[in-house]
Each structure stands twice: as C-alpha cells, then as structure tokens.
Ligand binder design. Structure first.
Ligand code: UDP
Ligand code: MN
Length: 257
C-alpha cells in the first residue's frame, strides 16, 4: 500500500489552500493511500507547516518554467508556464505508482481503483477531446522518464506553453492507443461541463468522482458569505463550489492562524 501515493503541486500559498482542501477530500473519501505535495521555495513556512499536518510528505522541488509567453498568451493564461514544475512528480521514485491531482481538484468519492491503471491514464480534455486533461493522471515515477521529459521540454517545448501541451506531445499515443488509458470523464469533471452539457451533469452527476475547477475562477477566489456560510456563484456551479467551501470552512480555516 505504501508504495502508492496521490501527488499534487503548489508553487504558492493560494494553490496551497487548494492542496489542503484536496487532502481533506481524500481523507473524507476514505482513501487507503497517502498524499504527497510538491512545493517550491516560494511557499511560506506557515503554509508548509499546514501542509505537513495533512500530507504524508511535503517535497520541495525547483521551479521549472516554460517561459513560453507566446503560447501562453494564446491560452490566455500567462501564469501557467510554471506548471512545468509538475514534471518533478516523475522523480518520486520511492513510490511505484501514483495519481497526480491538480491542486484545484476535489475528490468527491473514493477513487482508489485508479491505482490499478497504467501510465499514462487520463481523461479527455473538453476543449480538445483527442488531448487528455493533465489535471488528473496515473503515472509511474521513473528517473529515466523524468530525464526524457526534461530533454523533451528543452528541445520541443509545449504547444500550449503549459504542462498539458508538453505531456500530450510526450505521451502522444494516448489518443489512438490503449483505450484502458482513457479514464472516464467522471474522474476529471472540468467545470466547463457545468454550462456546456447540463443535462448530462444532472443525469450522471451522482456518479461524479473528481471535480476539477479549471480556469482562472478558482474556488478560493470566489466570494464567500461568512454569515450564511454560502458561496456566491451562479446556480449551476454553486453546489460543487459549496462542497469545496464546506471542507475549507470545516477543516482548513480553523487551522489557519
Ligand atoms: N500550479 C501552481 N502554481 C501556479 C499555477 C499552477 O502550483 O501558479 C499547479 C497547481 O497544482 C495547479 C496546476 O499547477 O492545480 C495546474 O494549474 P491550474 O490548475 O491553474 O490550470 P487549469 O487546470 O486551470 O488549466
Ligand atoms: Mn487545474
């Protein structure tokens, strides 16, 4: 059991808040596996301490940045070059099998079965379903893969400037290869689904496993009413954002000072 781990990443304190809520969601879902967070030197000591309280391991890594302003501008997310730092997850060779989860994900139901999948398993991206979304993926730590990824990043860069473009080019057989490496969308339900296909969300919503708050409107940046303890958001997304905030208010906020 101990050779498997959930892995996330926080390069600053605000994504650190996401990581804390994520760790509590894994606990609430009764996962048998430990969680590890990769951080960079810019995370404050106070946040490190909080992370240490809920993660089995807090691993400091160097910042890797694509510095690819042109492609990131196309994506309208200038800040995402730093997501190259995610590649460090392959260097966690003390583990045999891992599942990476973005810090803006929330585990709704136990998903320990993901560890039975092989590298690289991931769910389709709603923007371009022949690409996988890199917010949730099953991988096998390996120094060899890590070195190859670094070399690939240096030589070829990323078509979107972030980790998702890089990983999709590197694991390019995903779209047409083994269908078992296609995770059901329920394991990475991106918030775009809330407005693009609402009937499907209503129909399949009770089976939802992992929710992923993609885009600039992160849960921790939403307006929250501390009196009524409700998040101020449009109806279709309110329920899921409220789940994030309930965990934040109940488990994370009391530890903040
Ligand atoms: N991330 C981070 N610091 C940043 C930006 C991103 O630590 O400044 C990490 C964090 O784990 C985040 C992931 O990289 O969840 C991917 O970025 P994000 O979730 O913002 O991208 P999106 O899912 O919106 O495309
Ligand atoms: Mn994300």
């Amino acid at each position: 059991m101990s050779n498997r781990a959930w892995v996330t990443l926080a390069t600053n304190d605000s994504y650190g808040l996401g990581a804390l809520v994520l760790a509590h969601s894994l606990r609430r879902a009764n996962s048998s596996y430990q969680a590890v967070v990769l951080i960079t030197p810019s995370v404050t000591d106070a946040m490190r301490e909080r992370l240490r309280a809920v993660f089995a391991d807090v691993v400091t890594v160097d910042v890797l940045d694509s510095r690819d302003a042109a492609h990131l501008a196309l994506l309208q997310r200038p800040e995402l070059g730093i997501t190259f730092t995610k590649i460090h997850c392959w260097s966690l060779t003390q583990y045999e099998k891992c599942v990476f989860l973005d810090a803006d994900t929330l585990v709704i139901q136990n998903c320990d079965e993901l560890f039975e999948r092989e590298e690289l398993s991931a769910a389709p991206d709603v923007g371009w379903p022949d690409c996988f979304n890199s917010g949730v993926f099953v991988f096998k730590p390996s120094n060899e893969t890590f070195d190859k990824l670094i070399k690939f990043a240096q030589e070829r860069g990323s078509f979107d400037g972030g980790d998702q473009g890089l990983l999709n080019s590197f694991f390019s057989d995903w779209a047409h290869g083994d269908i078992n490496k296609h995770l059901p969308f329920l394991y990475n339900v991106t918030s775009a689904a809330f407005y693009s296909y609402l009937p499907a969300l209503k129909h399949y919503g009770q089976d939802l496993k992992i929710i992923h708050f993609i885009g600039i409107a992160k849960p921790w940046l939403q307006q929250f009413n501390w009196e009524s303890r409700t998040v101020d958001a449009p109806d279709h997304i309110k329920g899921l954002l409220q789940l994030w905030w309930d965990l934040f208010v109940g488990q994370v906020h009391p530890q903040l000072d």
